[in-house]
Design a binder for this molecule. Structure first.
Ligand code: OFO
Length: 175
């Protein structure tokens, strides 16, 4: 059974993951209107992943006798300055999410809730990957600068990446 403190902290994280999904969905939609099909495919996929992060938490809270609360929708920004600024925002956002996960892990230790602590290790590893990927993409975009041809190939790379991400997920579900 979850303590009220851990239950509250997990529900706060459900809200964070839900907002991440909305945020990336708004970025995906903006990128699509700019003709950046690869960037938008990648971001639509990322938005789905964040929804899955939220769902995983809801199910865990319910399994442990709590109540996973579906949060209200908060509107993310509608337009973005550039592709580079989108990925810079993602990196900044993911760094904040990492610190939220760390505080959450901290509260499970304070409450001596070792099973939630164990469950959260998946999120700890996921955050390392998400931050590393965002950082790698920001670095690539810095190299590209204002080169339109470079941006075209970058968009194609992200399209390919989005396809691999889809395949990886299907394989994981089969396991
Ligand atoms: Fe859920 O990892 Fe990003 O926010």
């Amino acid at each position: 059974m979850l303590s009220p403190q851990v239950s509250k902290a997990l529900n706060k994280q459900i809200e964070v993951e839900g907002f991440s999904s909305q945020y990336y969905l708004a970025m995906a939609s903006w990128a699509e209107t700019q003709g950046l099909n690869g960037v938008s495919a990648f971001l639509y996929h990322h938005a789905d992943e964040e929804r899955m992060h939220m769902l995983k938490l809801i199910k865990f809270v319910n399994e442990r006798g709590g109540h996973g609360v579906v949060p209200a929708l908060k509107q993310p920004p509608v337009t973005y300055k550039s592709v580079k600024s989108v990925f810079e925002e993602i990196l900044k956002h993911e760094m904040k999410v990492t610190s939220d996960i760390n505080s959450l892990v901290d509260s499970t230790l304070k409450e001596k809730d070792y099973s939630t602590h164990n469950f959260l290790q998946w999120y700890v590893s996921e955050q390392i990957e998400e931050e590393a990927l965002a950082r790698q993409i920001v670095d690539k975009l810095k190299l590209i600068g204002d080169d339109k041809g470079g941006l075209y190939f970058f968009d194609r790379d992200l399209e390919a990446m989005a396809k691999t991400m889809g395949t990886k997920e299907t394989e994981e579900k089969k396991k």
